[in-house]
Write a protein that binds this ligand. Structure first.
Ligand code: HEC
Length: 127
């Protein structure tokens, strides 16, 4: 019983953050990005499983040379890189084709990173 309570207390803040991140994602990202594993890309690549996979990992999406170069260099997404990217996407990848400004609020960036980290692990190509 106690162990279950401790576990819940550990998980809950992460779950709440991810739920908040889903809302931010729906409002600010979903217009261009699918997040369901296997869904076709829209104007932007499918982001299912993006945390933990190489940059430019949606095999069905035609990426910019800027992201393909990062992929070739072996760069992979983790939560910290994603939050830095969302602070100023073009600053990280000059020549990016994203056409969106990222997120100004650090709390929104952390929430979206938490949502994406828990969403669709293993989807996309990682070779
Ligand atoms: C106007 C459409 C649009 C919006 C809105 C948008 N993106 Fe993007 N995003 C793109 C496009 C297009 C690319 C591919 C860019 C390229 O190839 O240079 C991209 C690329 C990305 C990548 C790299 C994906 C990979 O496979 O390596 C991430 C991560 C990302 N976007 C996250 C987000 C998040 C999070 C939001 C919401 C805060 C967002 N984007 C909002 C269009 C958009």
């Amino acid at each position: 019983m106690r162990r279950a309570a401790v576990l819940l207390a550990m998980l809950w803040p992460g779950l709440a953050l991810a739920a908040e991140g889903r809302e931010v994602f729906e409002a600010r990202c979903a217009g261009c990005h699918a997040a369901a594993p296997g869904a076709p890309p829209g104007p932007g690549p499918n982001l299912a499983g993006v945390v933990g996979r190489r940059v430019a990992g949606d095999a069905a999406f035609d990426y910019s040379p800027a992201l393909l170069a990062a992929r070739e260099a072996g760069v992979a997404w983790d939560g910290a890189l994603l939050q830095r990217f969302l602070a100023d996407p073009e600053d990280m990848f000059p020549g990016l084709w994203m056409g969106a400004n990222g997120l100004r609020d650090a709390a929104d960036r952390a929430a979206v990173a938490a949502f994406l980290a828990g969403n669709g692990a293993g989807a996309g190509r990682n070779d």
